[in-house]
Design a protein. Structure first.
Length: 75
């Protein structure tokens, strides 16, 4: 049995409408915060994360100018 094109079109429209509702809810949730409150929350999360290790912020090639650990090596 072949589905009618009208039924396929209606299902597509329902999917688009449902996606729009989800996007609108997410966007609304992001806009509920006062800018000062959002800044405070972000600073608190940064403090909770703790300090970064020097290895995480260092140049991957190293300070001595050595090769990048991810490079394939000499050609």
């Amino acid at each position: 049995m072949r589905p009618s094109w009208k039924l396929v079109g209606m299902a597509g429209l329902a999917g688009v409408a449902a996606t729009g509702v989800v996007v609108a809810r997410r966007r609304r949730a992001q806009q509920d915060y006062d800018p000062a409150e959002l800044r405070e929350r972000l600073h608190r999360r940064l403090e909770d994360a703790g300090p970064q290790t020097p290895a995480a912020t260092a140049d991957p090639g190293g300070a001595d100018g050595g090769p990048d650990p991810g490079s394939p090596g000499p050609a």
